[in-house]
Design a protein around this ligand. Structure first.
Ligand code: GRF
Length: 206
């Protein structure tokens, strides 16, 4: 891989956008060989979309409610990604399931971040699930996206302790701080190191 090249990426978000900002900051300080070519949101008033505009990034608002089918919505998103020349996609709180066709279009080029140590607690409210299960350690996972729910090959995980007096908000905040480190680290490694998929396992090195 050519480390001197910056890979054009798109960030897809539906909400707050703190992981997007963490990626943007890491890229700005030269820690990730990428450039954000486009920020896409399906939610008009997503704070992350507003932040992207403030920071001067190209943005695309593609509301899913304007489209009759998932495929029609995704077709618009894919058009925007193609127009921006995005080669990788970082899902950052993007609250839409991707179709198999979408995943196939960017196979092994879509990353997601999830606030649990996958494969534990996929899906909604993972911090609530972790507290209900009584685990002593949770964390976050950056993984490649496949056709399943939060199920693709794991790139980076970071663990945090669960405190006896944690509630969902306090655990989420502790995990989020690690997310902001894990996402840039995962993207950087994938863009700058050789890696391969063996079974369910992502292995760095040639
Ligand atoms: C994060 O906890 C992320 O792991 C999950 O959704 C949340 C998005 O937060 N997928 P933000 O919008 O990046 O602040």
């Amino acid at each position: 891989m050519d480390a001197s090249r910056t890979t054009p990426i798109a960030v897809l978000l539906s909400g707050r956008g703190s992981n997007f900002v963490a990626l943007a900051e890491a890229i700005a300080r030269g820690a990730v060989p990428a450039r954000i070519a486009l920020v896409v949101s399906n939610v008009a008033n997503a704070p992350g979309l507003e932040r992207a505009r403030e920071l001067g990034f190209a943005t695309a608002l593609v509301p899913h409610r304007d489209h009759a089918t998932r495929e029609a919505h995704e077709a618009r998103v894919l058009d925007a990604l193609a127009a921006a020349g995005a080669e990788w996609i970082c899902l950052a709180g993007y609250m839409r399931l991707l179709s198999h066709a979408f995943v196939a279009r960017y196979r092994e080029r879509i990353l997601n971040i999830h606030p649990s140590l996958l494969p534990a607690f996929p899906g909604l409210h993972p911090q609530r699930q972790a507290l209900a299960a009584g685990v002593r350690v949770s964390g976050c996972t950056v993984h490649l996206v496949d056709e399943g729910l939060d199920s693709g090959p794991i790139v980076v995980q970071r663990a945090v302790p669960v405190a006896d007096d944690d509630d969902e908000a306090s655990l989420a905040a502790r995990i989020l701080a690690e997310e902001h480190r894990a996402y840039p680290e995962a993207l950087c490694r994938l863009l700058s190191e050789p890696w391969r998929i063996e079974g369910r396992r992502l292995r760095f090195g040639s």
